[in-house]
Design a protein around this ligand. Structure first.
Ligand code: GLP
Length: 253
């Protein structure tokens, strides 16, 4: 696991966007694994800037999003499909038919989940997976639990996640209690993983992710066994990192 500590959110967003653009420039028809939440918003803005400057071309790119709330239609302002259109897809030259977000409205959720994994596999797997992290260590919507899931599945959100995500909704009652999410197996199959975190409210979980024990209570900790993970954090999210931090290079190997 490689950890890069940058000064602030602005630097984090620029660094992440450059990594993604480089992946696309090395492989025009690459497959991106995308995340929602407030963390990657800046990265998507920077990617749009790079696109407007002619530095990246999304015309052959395919994308798969990690998750979607159950019961929110694509045109609901808090659905992750809506988020992706608004924050990225509407502003770049990606073919929207090649952008996939789990369908939280599917009548047969089990079939939807199986089809989603099959579709990722059909496209040759994910080249680079972008991740945020929940304060409780969830990635996608893989919540802390006694066991973790391999494949895309329907999950119950924890009260902590509902509380934290309620800031995007008018009231707590409006936050869906379930979501469709890629499983840890699907995430771990990505060739590269880029996890982003900023702010002091992520400091504790970043400490656990990088230096803690691998535990199903911190689902993101399983990333410690992936071959190619880069964690980019700002200084305030890095305050609990103790080991081998080379402040000059800002890189922990
Ligand atoms: C949400 C999403 C995650 C995201 C996390 C953190 O619940 N399902 O994919 O990483 O919460 O969100 P934020 O970046 O807003 O802190």
């Amino acid at each position: 696991m490689r950890v890069i500590i940058v000064k602030d959110y602005n630097e984090l967003s620029k660094a992440a966007a450059l990594e993604i653009a480089e992946t696309i420039n090395n492989k025009m028809d690459c497959v991106l694994g995308l995340a929602t939440g407030s963390t990657p918003e800046g990265t998507y803005k920077e990617l749009i800037n790079l696109y407007n400057d002619g530095k990246v071309d999304f015309s052959s790119v395919t994308s798969f999003n990690l998750d979607e709330y159950k019961g929110l239609p694509a045109d609901h302002p808090q659905s992750y499909r809506y988020f992706m259109n608004k924050n990225l897809f509407d502003h770049i030259n990606i073919n929207k038919n090649n952008t996939f977000v789990p369908n939280g409205m599917a009548a047969d959720i089990e079939a939807e989940c199986a089809d989603y994994d099959e579709n990722v596999a059909k496209h040759g797997g994910i080249d680079i997976q972008i991740l945020g992290i929940g304060q409780n260590g969830h990635i996608g919507f893989n919540e802390p639990s006694d066991f973790l899931y391999m494949n895309t599945h329907l999950t119950n959100l924890t009260q902590n996640t509902i509380d934290v995500n309620s800031r995007f909704f008018d009231s707590k009652d409006e936050v869906p209690t379930q979501a469709v999410t890629m499983g840890l197996g699907g995430i771990m199959k990505a060739k590269r993983i880029l996890l982003l975190a900023n702010g002091s409210n992520k400091a504790q979980i970043i400490g656990k992710l990088v230096e803690g024990k691998i535990s199903t209570n911190v689902p993101a900790s399983i990333l410690q066994v992936h071959r190619d993970v880069t964690v980019i954090v700002d200084e305030s999210a890095a305050v609990y990192l103790k080991k081998n931090i080379d402040k000059r290079l800002n890189i922990v190997e």
